[in-house]
Ligand binder design. Structure first.
Ligand SMILES: [Fe+2]
Length: 303
């Protein structure tokens, strides 16, 4: 076949993909991507100069990535694609903790802790002391023993450890005890700007949108026999809850960080007085009975 025009080209490309691609799912995805990309070009009547600008942009996104910086995840987050994929794939069964974006700042190799983990260890910047505790439960409220909670969050200045040259900070793999209880010490999360010093930042500025994320603690909670959940705990009252730059806020994930001024309680949990306390339970759905999909273990969430 030859002599293609804007009305016949798409079908020819799709036919060629469908003829030669053995993997059924890959064939479906690639053919659909081509159909939508062609439709997009037709829709806006994309010029060569404009498409070259697009290629330059994607090139710069790739060049901004390294072992700490993931500009493509940020792009996916900003365009709402990450939350679209979460929405499609993680409809939490009744009673289970809802999922939200992974974001670009997850890292492998965080230090392992047990009950009472102090994630403030080695912190280069102090913040408001927070004691977080709760349980990891089934959807009907039974304790799940020995779950692992991968926790990470920004420092008090809204910057993640991965954005600096230093060591891991406010990050750890915290194991719950046999009764499903976990506890950790950290600093109160602060709202922050997504990284604006790269091509995705330029894109955000060009759209006139704001670039803030409401304060949150990230968590991946996993236990054998249960679906892991990639989630956040947001801070009640944060000014950016209603306009998160990456569309990740869910009402069920907003936690109350309450001030405690009680010397006895502070002593009991090993905190200075006063301090801030968050009581937060995570609930995991059992693997059985849920539509099969690739398991995401805490250890390979973005592998
Ligand atoms: Fe974050």
């Amino acid at each position: 076949m030859r002599q293609f025009n804007e009305d016949t080209l798409t079908a020819a490309v799709v036919e060629r993909i469908q003829r030669g691609t053995k993997d059924e799912r890959f064939r479906e995805i690639l053919a659909s991507a081509v159909k939508h990309l062609h439709a997009f070009a037709r829709d806006v009547h994309l010029t060569e100069e404009e498409w070259f600008e697009g290629i330059k942009f994607l090139t710069s996104v790739g060049q901004k990535c390294d072992d700490k910086r993931q500009e493509f995840i940020l792009l996916s987050d900003i365009l709402g694609l990450s939350m679209m994929i979460v929405a499609l794939n993680h409809k939490a069964p009744a009673g289970a903790t809802e999922a939200t974006v992974l974001g670009p700042f997850f890292a492998h190799g965080a230090k392992e802790y047990g009950y009472g983990a102090d994630l403030r260890e080695g912190a280069t910047l102090k913040g408001e002391d927070v004691y977080v505790s709760g349980r990891v439960l089934t959807t009907d409220g039974k304790p799940i023993p020995n779950a692992v909670l991968d926790i990470w969050q920004a420092k008090a200045d809204g910057i993640y450890d991965l954005q600096t040259e230093g060591e891991f900070e406010l990050r750890g793999r915290v194991r719950a005890n046999e009764k499903g209880e976990y506890a950790l010490k950290s600093y109160k999360p602060k709202f922050y700007s997504v990284p604006m010093d790269g091509p995705v930042g330029d894109l955000v500025r060009r759209t006139g949108n704001h670039h803030m994320r409401p304060a949150h603690m990230h968590a991946i909670v996993s236990a054998p026999g249960y679906q892991p959940v990639i989630t956040h705990v947001f801070v009640e009252g944060d000014p950016y809850l209603d306009n998160d730059a990456v569309y990740a806020v869910k009402d069920s994930l907003v936690g109350k960080y309450r001030k405690v001024d009680d010397a006895a309680e502070a002593k009991r949990v090993g905190m200075p007085n006063p301090f801030i306390r968050l009581d937060w339970d995570f609930r995991l759905a059992a693997e059985a009975g849920v539509k099969a999909r690739k398991k995401i273990a805490a250890s390979d969430a973005i592998a």
